[in-house]
Ligand binder design. Structure first.
Ligand code: ATP
Ligand code: MG
Length: 424
């Protein structure tokens, strides 16, 4: 137990960190290109926020939350998703009084008590987008285009965008009744979870992972046939906007999303390359969330993108991560005076923007060279007695094997030019 991480959690070790950093860097770049700014909110929130914001009848609130009482007797929950906390921050900090839309992005860890399996963890991470204050379907198209641009930049060919509309409080109740009427004769065969969903949230039955329920919902009526004029026009606009941007999509009446606060647009980027947990990104519009949480009537649209699932997909398609760390120079030192000389030179190299290291475990000369190879250093800068006397450095290019002598004085600038490929 002591040396085992809790079930459903994972360490990200240094040898895997580049994969994370390269998708993080890409996401930041794409968000910037679309004019979104980062927001950071606490990992814990009051439990009521999720009960209200995610919905009492959702699987998340009913059986997946990590909730505890703190020493002050308050009920606190580790965030199971990003939207509720960002919506709370938007209201609490009165961001609605600033220029709208508020275009926000975040990267968060989320906690859900689920059955761990490939692509399903108890602590996982999401990139998220929230755009508050825009009703026009151009906003939905921009949010979807952001996800599309990001995913395409990583070369994930097997991902498909599926879109749907789940209507609004005007048209959805009528559809719900039609769906219930369709499911009524099949009620007894539904799984226990779906039996309870039948009254509280029948739409979610369409999203059930059980093969029996999936079979039973074949031929169910589609929300798209029940949309009110406003929602139908919006869905039409959304499709035209996506076409204008050049984002390929498929209309999929099966996309209902797990969360209660969605209105109109619902979308997912799905793949069948990583097994059963194939939804990499899911999102949509939630025009009533901010008001539901006690804020003004401000509409919203956004998405959550599971980073572990994305990395799983990238691994499956064999995409290489961009390398984010290389050692430029390793000082190879012999003797106390040489060690100290290296210590005095290191800050100068680092100030030039180089990645520079020295031996800190007392390796032999031979092993210092071996270590340089192991960490993929570009240059070994050797300092021994002779170098100290002549105030030089023996520089070995570890890629070509070429060895030269150079003056200690001005070494940082000299090596910086060499590393960046400038004339020296
Ligand atoms: P699923 O249907 O797979 O359970 P969900 O509808 O619960 O997904 P959302 O709440 O919309 O998922 O979260 C957005 C994204 O976060 C998902 O599309 C997925 O990529 C990721 N995600 C959700 N739950 C997990 C989990 N337990 N482990 C890893 N990633 C997850
Ligand atoms: Mg889920």
């Amino acid at each position: 137990m002591l040396t085992q991480a809790p079930k459903g959690t994972k360490d990200t070790l240094p040898m895997n960190i580049e994969k994370w950093q390269s998708v993080e860097k890409k996401f930041h770049e794409v968000c910037r290109a679309f004019g979104f700014s980062e927001i950071r909110t606490p990992m814990i929130e009051h439990t009521e926020l999720f009960a209200r914001g995610v919905g009492d009848t959702s699987d998340i609130v009913q059986k997946q939350m990590y909730t505890f009482e703190d020493y002050g007797g308050r009920s606190i929950t580790l965030r199971p998703e990003g939207t509720a906390g960002v919506a709370r921050a938007f209201i609490e900090n009165k961001l609605y009084a600033d220029v709208l839309p508020a275009k926000l992005w975040y990267e968060v860890s989320c906690f859900r008590y689920e059955k761990p399996q490939s692509g399903r963890l108890r602590e996982f991470h999401q990139f998220g987008i929230e755009c508050f204050g825009a009703t026009d379907m151009v906003a939905d198209a921009e949010v979807i285009a952001l996800a599309d641009t990001f995913l395409k930049s990583l070369s994930t060919p097997s991902l498909e965008l599926h879109i749907n509309s789940i209507g609004c409080p005007t048209c959805r109740p009528i559809y719900k009744e039609a769906l219930k009427a369709f499911l009524k004769p099949k009620y007894d065969a539904l799984c226990d979870t779906c039996k309870s969903r039948y009254e509280t949230n029948p739409l979610r039955i369409l999203d059930c992972k059980s093969p029996v329920c999936q079979e039973l919902t074949q031929g169910a009526p589609h929300m798209l046939d029940y949309l009110c004029d406003e929602c139908a026009d919006a869905f039409d606009s959304l499709q035209k906007n996506l076409e204008a941007y050049g984002v390929a999509y498929k209309v999929d009446p099966g996309i209902v999303r797990g969360l209660d606060y969605y209105t109109k647009t619902a979308f997912e980027f799905v793949t069948n390359a990583i097994g059963a947990q194939g939804t990499v990104c899911g999102g949509g519009r939630y025009d009533n969330l901010i008001e539901e949480l006690g804020g003004p009537a401000v509409p919203g649209v956004g998405f959550g993108l599971g980073i572990e699932r994305l990395l799983l997909l990238l691994e499956t398609v064999g995409a290489d991560a961009e390398r984010t760390h290389d050692t430029d120079v390793l000082f190879v030192v012999m003797g106390e005076a040489a060690k100290r000389k290296a210590l005095s030179l290191l800050p100068l190299l680092r100030a030039e923007g180089l990645s520079a290291e020295t031996d800190i475990v007392g390796r032999s000369l031979k092993n210092q060279f071996k270590h340089a190879d192991r960490i993929g250093a570009k240059y070994a800068a050797v300092i021994g007695d002779e170098e100290l006397t002549s105030e030089t450095i023996t520089l070995k290019d570890l890629i070509t094997g070429e060895q030269t002598k150079t003056a200690m004085d001005g070494f940082a600038k000299y090596i910086q030019r060499k590393v960046t490929g400038q004339e020296v």
